[in-house]
Design a protein around this ligand. Structure first.
Ligand code: FRU
Length: 496
């Protein structure tokens, strides 16, 4: 019993603590919901997402919900519209294509939702802040690389470059192309094919191009994945087998760095994602603090010398970010579990206390009912019974007294209603009522009955004659005595 109560005590204490904890948590729980619309999902985007997640650890007041558009403008617009309907507190958009996604971004902005455009831009200026790489500078670095590659070649003839472009409607593709074109000398001839940011696309369009043109001097791709696709196509191409064509990519994260280390591509221009900066800016906007409206991130060239240490460093960063992601997911699921447990405990306690309350109310109700039954039914009955007992005791005493007085005066000719009522000290009416109550007959009949009983005893136990007995017991005549005797006993009086 003691053990059970101790256990119950512990359960209650922990339960209450759990409830307090969840109450504390909910008081500091997120107050801002951020919607993130990502145009696609790849290593570069994942890095950006992880960086955001890490920065969010510093901002428990914000939660992030992400939707990925898989490279589709329609899907991205629909996802942005759903964020608008859900009235997120802030929207982060990395647009798939500038013109196509602009209407949805404008709708969000006009709905009063602060919008941060990240990485790729949208046309117009209906957005709150922009953070992204310097794509024009990336293009310039591509031109610089082409010029250097051309210089390495001794033969003086037109230099043919194959550009593998990203989605044409995206600002990085447009600006990278422009930056490159602006930086190239006249003797460089550029052919463009569209890889739409994807390795497999780049592979097939480049292979197709190489099969038709055997004079490509250098390949520049708008990102590393397409540069790797181009390298695979080059390797595959019968026309170029064994020929060294320099290849440059953009992004400078794991796949690109590894490709440089492995000698598949020559170099890459860095293209920062800075998800952490995006979240920090979101916090500034939401807290009404000053923020920078347009942030353009630095870019730099990575060659085979820089690639190896950068790869190691990058892998370290990614491991940390991935571990952080795992820990965060685990802690979220544990926290959810804790909340479910608390909810379960709370519901259990509520049900328990409700049942207890019901039981108490029922018992109180029943007590009142029983009390009223006792007061209104049982007690009056008991009182009636007590009264009846008292009455019967009185009657008994009266009956004995009556019997005694009558016995003492059986032979007294003056024994009648008058004398009896004065001996018993009551009125004639009272005497009549009480004698009737205890004997069932009137006083005269009772006296006569007692005289007959005594007469019978005398006849049985003495030598007295019927006349003597009739006289002794004050009957008016022996004939009257005989009549009364016969009526009472059913036979004539006789001497023994
Ligand atoms: C990733 C990516 C990068 C590229 C950037 C341009 O989704 O394609 O490879 O540099 O987007 O926005």
């Amino acid at each position: 019993m003691h053990l059970i109560s101790k256990h119950l005590h512990h359960t209650l204490v922990w339960g209450l603590m759990g409830l307090c904890l969840s109450a504390c948590h909910s008081s500091s729980s997120p107050t801002y919901r951020i919607g993130l619309s990502q145009c696609s999902d790849d290593a570069w985007r994942q890095k950006m997402n992880y960086e955001m997640e890490r920065e969010l650890l510093l901002h428990p007041e914000m939660t992030l919900s992400m939707r990925i558009a898989d490279g589709s403008n329609e899907l991205q617009c629909a996802q942005i519209d759903s964020f608008i309907r859900e009235r997120v507190d802030l929207l982060i958009v990395s647009p798939n294509e500038a013109e196509e996604v602009k209407p949805a971004v404008t709708r969000a902005y006009r709905a009063g939702i602060p919008v941060i455009v990240a990485d790729r831009r949208v046309t117009g200026d209906e957005w709150t802040a922009f953070i992204g790489g310097d794509n024009y500078k990336v293009g310039e670095l591509m031109a610089q690389y082409i010029v250097e590659s051309q210089r390495a070649k001794t033969v003086n003839k037109p230099f043919i470059v194959l550009e593998v472009a990203g989605l044409p409607g995206s600002t990085p593709a447009t600006l990278r192309h422009k930056g490159m074109m602006d930086g190239l000398p006249d003797n460089v001839k550029v052919f463009s094919v569209m890889g739409s940011w994807l390795q497999e696309n780049a592979y097939s369009v480049v292979l197709d191009f190489l099969e038709k043109h055997n004079n490509v001097d250098a390949i520049v791709a708008h990102n590393d994945l397409m540069a790797i696709g181009a390298a695979e196509a080059l390797k595959k191409s019968k026309t170029y087998r064994g020929r060294n064509v320099p290849i440059m990519g953009v992004d400078g994260i794991r796949p690109g760095l590894q490709a440089i280390v492995d000698g598949k591509i020559d170099c890459s221009a860095t293209y920062s994602s800075r998800g952490d900066m995006v979240i920090a800016t979101a916090a500034q906007i939401l807290h009404g603090e000053p923020f920078k409206r347009d942030t353009v991130l630095e870019t730099t060239m990575i060659d085979e010398v820089a690639a190896y240490p950068m790869l190691r460093q990058y892998e370290g960063i990614m491991r940390d970010l991935e571990t952080l992601h795992i820990v965060k997911t685990q802690s979220q699921s544990k926290w959810k579990q804790l909340q479910t447990d608390n909810m379960f405990l709370f519901t259990g306690m509520v049900v328990f206390f409700c049942l207890l309350l019901l039981a108490v109310v029922y018992i109180l109700f029943r007590q009142r009912k029983l009390q009223s039954e006792i007061n209104h039914e049982i007690i009056p009955q008991l009182e009636d019974m007590q009264e009846a007992i008292m009455l019967s005791r009185k009657d008994e005493a009266f009956a004995q007294h009556l019997h005694q007085v009558v016995q003492d005066h059986l032979t007294d000719p003056n024994l009648n209603v008058e004398s009896l009522s004065s001996m018993l000290q009551m009125s004639r009416t009272q005497l009549f009522r009480r004698v009737k109550a205890v004997t069932g007959k009137g006083p005269l009949d009772y006296i006569r009955e007692q005289r007959l009983i005594h007469a019978d005893q005398l006849l049985r136990s003495t030598d007295m004659t019927v006349q003597q007995v009739a006289l002794e017991l004050c009957f008016s005549s022996p004939g009257y005595f005989t009549k009364c005797y016969k009526e009472y006993y059913g036979h004539l009086p006789s001497v023994r």
